[in-house]
Every structure is written in C-alpha cells, then in structure tokens.
Ligand binder design. Structure first.
Ligand code: GTP
Ligand code: MG
Length: 177
C-alpha cells in the first residue's frame, strides 16, 4: 500500500508509445521518469507522488524482445493491478496516433472495458503527423475503439499539444475519486 493513501492515476500503453515522456510533460518536469528510444526502458512500476494523487508509470507491454514468460507475467500484473487496485481513480491509456491498435492493445482494451475504470485515451506523438492527417487519424482511432472522438485527446510532448487538456481530465478523475 502507498502511504499516504491518495488516489492513483496509471499510465498504460505499449512499450515506446511515450508513457514516461507524457508523465514528465504532465508533471512539467523534463526528466522525472526515464525516457528512452530503446523499448522496454521502464521495467518497474514507478510511482510519482504529486500533492493530491500518485502518477504510476507502468512498464510497457508488447515489447518484441520480451520472453513469452515475461509477457505472461506482465499481463498478469497489469490485469491484477487494473482489476484490484482500490485507489485507482483512472487510467491514461496511450496509443500512437499513427497506428491501429495492435493485438496487445486490443487485449488491454478488453481488460479496461471489463474493469469499467474511468479511462482517458491519449493519442501520442501527434507532432509526427501534419495537422489534417492528425484529425483524420484521430477519427479512425476513435472508430476502431468504438468510442466518440471526445474520449480521445491528441498529445505531443514535443509541442505540448493536448497536455493541458489531458492534465485537466486527470485532475477531474482524481476529484471524482
Ligand atoms: P517504455 O518505458 O519502454 O515502455 O516506453 P515509454 O512508453 O515510457 O516511452 P518513452 O516515453 O520512453 O518514449 C519513447 C520514445 O518516443 C522516445 O524516443 C521519446 O522521445 C519518443 N516520444 C515520446 N513522446 C513523443 C512525442 O509526443 N512526439 C515525438 N516525436 N516523440 C515522442
Ligand atoms: Mg517508460
């Protein structure tokens, strides 16, 4: 158990999707969580304490070089965490704006839907697409997930796009906990 007992917000997503970068952007710090171009950088559950809640940086899933055993034990960890964690007030689920959800993403999506936890979808690396493609891809991602476009926020840790919106939604989830 974490002390003091505060609500938790967890960042969930494939390896390399930008979880640690987004955490740093949300907190307004450059290098709180370790960012790397090598997938699988975050290997532990890292906890960052903010005044009113915890931000949890989870290891990424779908890491190509992970062994089958590692994959299985990670999935177990994620599923148990999402289902049982009492203070979990919300999840920020990250998807790269440029790609359709992978099989791993789809499995995680099913768990998220099953747990019914409040989930914010962050479409990451928005700066990698020109403006008009960005809106188009966001619509496609929403359709693929069976969600309205309002449930998704396009983010970029390079330009800062979407970070404030996401931070506000995170704070609202914390307030509702
Ligand atoms: P793991 O810890 O391996 O699960 O990865 P992660 O999801 O924490 O990703 P991380 O934040 O380490 O970022 C992975 C790579 O993507 C790094 O090279 C980042 O600089 C890059 N990246 C993250 N966010 C953005 C973004 O908004 N735009 C661009 N262009 N690159 C980004
Ligand atoms: Mg990371």
């Amino acid at each position: 158990m974490l002390e003091p007992a505060l609500p938790e917000i967890a960042l969930v997503g494939r390896s390399n999707v930008g979880k640690s970068s987004l955490l740093n952007a949300l907190v307004g710090r450059r290098a709180l969580a370790r960012v790397s171009s090598t997938p699988g950088k975050t290997q532990h559950v890292n906890v960052f304490q903010l005044p009113t809640f915890y931000l949890i940086d989870l290891p990424g899933y779908g890491w190509a070089r992970a062994s089958a055993t590692d994959r299985r034990s990670f999935r177990q960890l994620l599923e148990t965490y999402l289902k049982r964690r009492e203070r979990l007030a919300g999840i920020v689920w990250l998807l790269d704006i440029r790609h359709s959800p992978s099989l791993d993403d789809q499995e995680v999506h099913a768990v998220l839907v099953e747990t019914g936890r409040p989930t914010l979808v962050a479409l990451t690396k928005g700066d990698k697409l020109p403006q008009e493609r960005r809106a188009k891809e966001a619509l496609i991602r929403a359709r693929e997930l069976g969600m309205g476009i309002d449930g998704l926020v396009v983010t970029s840790t390079k330009t800062g796009d979407g970070i404030r919106d996401l931070a506000e939604s995170v704070l609202a989830a914390v307030a509702a906990a």
